[in-house]
Design a protein. Structure first.
Length: 285
């Protein structure tokens, strides 16, 4: 009995040590290196993109800078450097899961399937996928793309939603996937595709870069529901809590509206977004 008990205790200690080693500890890693690695995309305007000075900027990037302030406090570091690392849309989840970046700050949709690989912070935005077309294209609804070629960003929830919408409406259209929004928009401008699908707020941001935005139109109908959040490593509760502390403080204090105005201008926020900020302004105590 004593031998069995000793063996059992030893096994539990070994198992516990293995679990401890497998559990990510981003805060400790950041403290050791003195640098926080922020993953960003350069084509997800106004959430994550390169500004006129060539530096990463955007609504989500600014949120992550606020999180960096909380990480600095949580680790007790006197100074904390930030390294910005570009993450391709198709690889962003894998790069967080592998630890290539500490947090991914762009326009990632929080889904249950993705949570098999990573975790998400509190929600940061809510939108839906729409269709962008030429104003004189004669395309006003998804039924109008029958027999035409449409584009979408590869490896996104919008790609999945578009495929499902076409199937549900029995619309036969060729779907072309692009590696970046810039490539997709360029294809639309050159009439290589007749419609481009992406989250509405992203399309609005991209349209601002057009020489003549008035030549294009949005469908005015959502084809998916997209709740955004920032991506962190799975099981890293301490780092996720630090991120959530920073976000909830922004929501409670109302400071988040300054960021909204900075990146979305005078566009009225949806009722869903207002509710999101209120519901995620979690009390400290």
């Amino acid at each position: 009995m004593r031998i069995t008990g000793f063996l059992l205790a030893s096994a539990l200690l070994v198992t516990g040590a293995a679990v401890a080693q497998d559990t990510p500890d981003t805060l400790s890693e950041i403290k050791k290196r003195g640098t926080m690695v922020i993953g960003y995309r350069d084509d997800a305007r106004p959430f994550s993109y390169k500004g006129d000075d060539g530096q990463p900027t955007g609504y989500s990037v600014d949120l992550c800078r606020k999180i960096a302030d909380e990480v600095k406090r949580a680790t007790g570091l006197e100074t904390l450097d930030i390294q910005y690392k570009p993450v391709p849309s198709a690889d962003r989840i894998a790069m967080v899961a592998s630890g290539d970046v500490d947090i991914e700050c762009s326009s990632s949709t929080h889904t249950l399937e993705r949570r098999e690989q990573v975790d998400f912070t509190l929600a940061t935005f809510v939108t839906g996928a729409e269709m962008l077309t030429g104003k004189d294209s004669g395309i006003n609804d998804i039924a109008d793309v029958a027999g035409k070629t449409v584009g979408v960003l590869k490896g996104t929830t919008t790609e999945e939603g578009l495929t499902a919408a076409l199937k549900a409406t029995a619309v036969d259209a060729e779907v072309k996937s692009f590696a970046s929004h810039d490539e997709g928009i360029e294809a639309l401008k050159n009439n290589q595709i007749q419609a481009y699908f992406a989250d509405r707020i992203l399309l609005l941001g991209l349209a601002k870069t057009f020489p003549d935005p008035s030549q294009y139109q949005l469908s005015g109908r959502f084809y998916s529901y997209e709740p955004y959040a920032l991506v962190v490593r799975k099981g890293d509760t301490a780092f996720r809590l630090a991120a959530d502390r920073a976000l909830s403080e922004l929501y409670r204090s109302g400071e988040v509206w300054k960021l909204y105005s900075k990146y979305f201008g005078e566009a009225n926020p949806s009722e869903l977004l207002v509710a999101l900020y209120i519901l995620n302004g979690i009390p400290v105590r």
